[in-house]
Design a binder for this molecule. Structure first.
Ligand code: MN3
Length: 263
């Protein structure tokens, strides 16, 4: 465990340096209307600082979308986007902050570090941090992993080669990824992960767990793409038809973001 007595609110930069220093969608929170007209994250992804950039307060905050709420229609309707972010995601942020209250060392961590160090969290808050910290990381990335149709680019040559090696082709990857999402019983996420040797693999997790959570989720690499398969992600438009949501979702995947995370 961390020695919280030695630290106050002023952590220096290295201590909260993001785990994936070369990849980061941190700018998502800062992405404002001025940057949303491009291929969405192309700008904000360089230099990718994974999620929360330097926090200016001890509290985590709900990121803004890097596109309009209706920008993903018809694949994902504006009302779903609104409820999903301002209600569901916001609740994860609120409850994460509540759980971390009184733990300044943990508050000073980035959300990447929180997930990576989930096993070392105090027992009294571990479940709350796992659920709500995972929820915050997963959703912040989910917004960044999507882009309006036509603006998300395509898999890079390097990523395409890795997908072909692992799954036969990019199209076969999509089928297998969707199957992982459909096969997740109840609520959870489907993931594409990069292994240390550059190979890629698909996995899925329950609830708000993610592959960064070593000690809880083992055997997965670093997540470079994830899809929310909780019913709240698709129910208004697709009702019970999770396979239809997963099939349509490729229209709004932000491959530029995935490529950057793979690189
Ligand atoms: Mn969700």
């Amino acid at each position: 465990m961390h020695d919280e007595s030695q630290h106050s609110t002023t952590h220096d930069v290295p201590s909260r340096r993001d785990f994936l220093s070369s990849v980061g969608l941190g700018a998502i929170a800062a992405a404002t209307a001025t940057s949303v007209t491009h291929s969405v994250l192309a700008d904000t992804l360089t230099p990718l600082h994974l999620l929360p950039q330097e926090k200016t307060t001890m509290a985590f905050t709900l990121p803004e979308l890097p596109y309009a709420e209706n920008a993903l229609e018809p694949t994902i309707d504006a009302l779903t986007m609104n409820i999903h972010r301002t209600k569901h995601h916001n609740a994860y942020v609120t409850n994460l902050n509540k759980a971390l209250d009184g733990h300044p060392t943990l508050q000073a961590m980035s959300i990447d570090e929180i997930c990576l160090n989930i096993s070392t969290m105090p027992d009294s808050i571990k479940t709350a941090v796992r659920n709500n910290g995972g929820g915050h990381w997963n959703h912040s990335m989910y917004w960044a992993w999507m882009a309006p149709k036509g603006s998300g680019g395509a898999p890079s040559p390097a990523l395409s080669a890795a997908l072909a090696k692992a799954f036969g082709s990019v199209e076969e990857f999509k089928v297998k990824f969707a199957a992982a999402g459909v096969g997740r019983f109840g609520s959870g996420w489907a993931w594409l992960c990069k292994n240390a040797d550059g190979t890629v693999a698909i996995c899925s997790t329950a609830n708000q767990d993610n592959p960064l959570m070593k000690g809880i989720v083992d055997g997965c690499g670093t997540p470079i793409l994830g899809c929310d398969v909780w019913e709240h992600a698709y129910y208004l438009h697709y009702q019970n038809r999770r396979p239809d949501y997963l099939a349509a979702w490729w229209d709004v995947v932000n491959w530029n973001a995935v490529n950057a995370l793979y690189a």
